[in-house]
Design a protein around this ligand. Structure first.
Ligand code: ZN
Ligand code: ZN
Length: 179
């Protein structure tokens, strides 16, 4: 295990994420992992959040069954995940794990817009399949798998949990969802 690197700290608060976006439980006291997601448009981080796995699961379960099935298949049928598991087994450097899109394999150096996500537990980062990076094209492909009701559900989640509409900054694609 390694500490959560500054790349995955909160840009807004200029320190590590401290609590879950949704239930507001403190990560230090939590006996379960959490996810941190940051969305980049060019060099700028335009959106960020950290959510515990229970809340993430609740959100996922609010999606339509069809969307859940498709999202699961999208991530589980991805042969790249097994390939990087083997190749990066020895690495605890987040830069290795986020060097290319986990879906299509395009290198970060060739990308402008992308998202990164990691999994934390306390101060530590848990490896495989996180940390990972997904390019905006692959995010949009995943978004297209979702039913209208699921997209509405996700928009509601964003609306309920963020001050102001960060989604507007990310139009026309909305806020990408990492699974
Ligand atoms: Zn939570
Ligand atoms: Zn991609």
């Amino acid at each position: 295990m390694s500490d959560i690197p500054p790349l995955f700290h909160s840009l807004e608060h200029d320190e590590p994420f401290k609590k879950c976006l949704t239930c507001e439980r403190d990560f230090e006291e939590l006996d379960e992992p959490f996810n941190i997601t940051k969305v980049f448009k060019g060099p700028e981080c335009v959106f960020e959040y950290a959510i515990c796995l229970s809340c993430k699961k609740d959100t996922f379960e609010s999606f339509s069954e069809e969307s859940r099935k498709r999202l699961r298949a999208f991530s589980e049928d991805n042969p790249r995940l097994a390939e990087r598991r083997e190749r990066l087994a020895e690495s605890q450097d987040h830069r290795d794990w986020t060097a290319e899109c986990a879906q299509c394999g395009l290198p970060l150096s060739k990308l402008k817009d992308y998202s990164i996500a990691c999994m934390g537990f306390g101060h530590h980062m848990i490896f495989d399949p996180y940390p990972l990076m997904v390019c905006s094209d692959c995010e949009q492909a995943a978004q297209k798998l979702l039913s209208k009701s699921t997209r509405d559900q996700w928009d509601k989640f964003i609306f309920d949990n963020f001050d102001g509409p960060p989604a507007d900054a990310l139009k026309p694609d909305g806020v990408p969802m990492l699974v």
